[in-house]
Design a protein around this ligand. Structure first.
Ligand SMILES: NC(=O)c1ccc[n+]([C@@H]2O[C@H](COP(=O)([O-])OP(=O)(O)OC[C@H]3O[C@@H](n4cnc5c(N)ncnc54)[C@H](OP(=O)(O)O)[C@@H]3O)[C@@H](O)[C@H]2O)c1
Length: 268
């Protein structure tokens, strides 16, 4: 199968690196197309990829095309692409907020899969949500899911509303975790720990808590109840968070990202 990634930025290159060794490529090298001459030069040194600076040479022959440019570049790109595509090709968009209808209309394509990627794909721990236009067959959907899974895991959702909703949870979510980490790092530094020790304390705490969560079938709420004894230190911290409505604020933040994703889809 011939797979082309358009746009070798943060996301495009991350997914390209994940997919490069997939047995689904059947010995075809993963194709990458970008417009930045510097990026093209450095990518050509990577033997895993066939790198192109001209759409004519790679797009017509591709079976699956990942589109990973910024949403504001998509109109110009689709205009250029539309004379070179055919209706059997599958287009997988990694772009936030660009709807399947918009892609079908502007690209004049029928088989479109819209995804919401997330940054931990860079270390093989990403989660990608995806949904498809009705023209995509079950077999084609499974092929694309197998490619997405090379960067971590994926979940299929029934409607694009869930793509926007997953923006609020997994797409933007790594930043919420980093926000929490940064807050704890700053608290550790204020308490007098060195930068190194603060980092170890915080990262080990996150890693340990995630491992406990993954290895047991216990909800975070039950873990809190296990850790926080009445009148103890953890309970003091949890009481402080509850008094300050932190849970509600985090949910509000997730909804703010969800709402923004919906807005971006309408801004076209
Ligand atoms: N980064 C994230 O965490 C994240 C999360 C979820 C979704 N996404 C989505 O992923 C997409 C890509 O984001 P990114 O952060 O990877 O962007 P990025 O780093 O800017 O990468 C986009 C790449 O595409 C190139 N490009 C621009 N126009 C092109 C064209 N017409 N043909 C071919 N290549 C072109 C850009 O070159 P120039 O640099 O020369 O413009 C750049 O190398 C976005 O649509 C975004 O919504 C990103």
């Amino acid at each position: 199968m011939k797979v082309l990634v358009i746009g070798a930025g943060n996301m495009g290159l991350t997914y390209a690196e994940g997919m490069a060794d997939s047995p689904m490529l059947n010995k075809h090298k993963l194709k990458i197309y970008d417009t930045d001459p510097k990026k093209i030069k450095s990518l050509r040194e990577d033997s895993r990829f066939d790198v192109y600076d001209n759409l004519d040479d790679c797009l017509p022959k591709a079976d699956i095309v990942f589109v990973a440019v910024k949403p504001y570049h998509s109109d110009g790109l689709f205009e250029e692409m539309k004379t070179m595509i055919n209706q059997s090709q599958i287009f997988v968009s990694l772009m936030a907020g660009v709807t399947i209808d918009t892609i079908q209309e502007k690209l004049e394509a029928s088989k479109v899969i819209r995804t919401m990627p997330n940054l931990p794909a860079q270390v093989g721990k990403g989660v990608t949500s995806y949904t498809e236009s009705k023209e995509v067959s079950r077999v084609e959907l499974i092929m694309v899911r197998n490619l997405l899974d090379t960067t971590g895991t994926s979940i299929h959702v029934d409607t694009e509303t869930f793509i926007d909703a997953s923006t609020g949870i997994s797409g933007s979510g790594p930043a919420y975790v980093f926000y929490f980490m940064q807050s704890m790092l700053e608290a550790a530094l204020k308490m007098g720990f060195s930068a190194y020790d603060s980092k170890v304390l915080v990262s080990s705490t996150f890693e340990g808590a995630i491992e406990l969560f993954n290895q047991n079938d216990i909800s975070p709420k039950s873990w809190i109840a296990k850790v926080a004894s009445k009148g103890g230190t953890t309970q003091a911290a949890i009481d402080s968070m509850e008094d300050n409505n932190v849970k509600q604020l985090i949910q509000d933040a997730a909804y703010a990202a969800f709402d923004r994703a919906v807005e971006l889809g309408k801004e076209d």
